[in-house]
Write a protein that binds this ligand. Structure first.
Ligand code: GLY
Length: 370
């Protein structure tokens, strides 16, 4: 059942291993990277309780010792204070230039640990062991690392590619349904942005995948990672095509800011709603038929996911305020809002040429339906 995806980045190329029970085999995969048999692991308190012993056993089968620091779980960890704590801990553990740091956790830990590895002694190697669906299909692959600033999310960071990614699909069984479905928002995104056949496959297999079918989970993670790897290999530092991975994210970032980055809206939930809105906007601009946004929404609904602004609890600001929040996104270039729109399912493209009125009308109607 196990699959391998290569991220072809020349001398920074690496493999993503995807399949069940990879924690148990972690020593086998990590040993060839090591000059001495020990690793420093950054994780969070929740993941540590669930999976650190599994990792310890897998590493020790290959004679590798680990020391671990568990940071508090949650987005608030992804800032200077816990970053400083992590870097100082790595130094106190005497991690050297040729050693390897392991990130065991979801997107917060992967981003923070990757950035710590990027700056520690001017750069040490690191291995991503993503434990959330979102991290397995998106944040652990592609080398974006960093932390949040008071001014916004992910504003401090570096491109630093991992040396290996181990996506153990068994650990997805410990996620809550809500976290799993939020990660699934990113999986759907890949079908919508570049692979209509994958979206069709998800329409058929999504329910089985959500209820635990391991073969379907491996297939969905593999296809998602393959698509991301292909895009990253073409455009590692997001000068062009990599922006396609931000389908749904312009709307999502405004909604996350409007809900205070709280658990009213998880990132993956915002991506799913944002994808539906990007297709609605595309249809209104005459780029695709109205059937496309209807089909996107139908699938999200069938999966029991948040689909519209009406699904976000609590108050939301008006359309003008949401557009202002979009304009604060770090991907704004020369003040122009940049959107990923689509000519149909699987046919996304990047454009800065979107009339403000069209965005306004999509938001106004979506808010009125609440
Ligand atoms: N998550 C978007 C990217 O890696 O480019």
């Amino acid at each position: 059942m196990q699959q391998t995806v290569n991220v072809d980045l020349g001398e920074r190329a690496y493999r993503v291993e995807i399949g069940p029970d990879l924690l148990a085999q972690s020593g086998h995969y990590i040993a060839p990277l090591l000059h001495r048999p020990r690793v420093a692991v950054l994780t969070d308190e929740t993941v540590s309780g669930l999976h650190l012993e599994g990792l310890r056993a897998g590493l020790s089968a290959a004679g590798i010792e680990l020391s671990a620091l568990a940071l508090p779980a949650g987005e608030a960890t992804k800032g200077w204070p816990q970053f400083e704590r992590a870097v100082e801990w790595l130094l106190s553990e005497k991690v050297e230039r040729r050693d390897v740091v392991v990130a065991l956790g979801g997107g917060v830990i992967g981003d923070l640990a990757g950035f710590a590895a990027a700056v520690l002694r001017r750069g040490v190697r690191f291995v991503q062991i993503p434990t959330s669906l979102l991290a397995q299909v998106d944040s652990s692959v592609g080398g974006k690392t960093g932390i949040n600033a008071p001014q916004g999310k992910n504003l401090i960071g570096a491109f630093h590619q991992p040396s290996l990614v181990l996506a153990d699909t068994s650990v997805l069984g410990t996620l809550t349904d809500r976290d799993f479905l939020a990660g699934y928002g990113e999986v759907v995104k890949y079908g919508l942005l570049g692979d209509a056949a994958f979206f069709e496959w998800l329409e058929v297999n999504g329910p089985a995948l959500a209820s635990g079918d391991m073969a379907a989970r491996v297939q969905a993670v593999t296809r998602s990672v393959q698509m991301k790897a292909d895009i990253v290999a073409r455009d590692e530092t997001e000068q062009g095509d990599r922006a396609l991975l931000n389908l749904g994210h312009t709307f999502c970032h405004a909604l996350e800011a409007a809900t205070g980055y709280s658990d009213r809206l998880l990132h993956g939930e915002g991506v799913a709603i944002g994808c539906a809105m990007a297709f609605e906007l595309s249809a209104r601009l005459g780029l695709c038929s109205q059937e496309s946004p209807s089909r996107v929404r139908a699938h999200l609904r069938a999966m029991g996911m948040k689909t519209d602004l009406a699904d976000i609890p609590g108050d939301l600001p008006g359309a003008e305020a949401l557009i202002d929040l979009m304009a604060q996104d770090k991907k704004v270039v020369d003040g122009q809002l940049r959107f990923i729109l689509a000519r149909g399912i699987g046919e996304a493209f990047v454009t800065s040429d979107v009339p403000r009125d069209a965005v306004m009308s999509v938001l106004t109607d979506a808010l009125a339906a609440r």
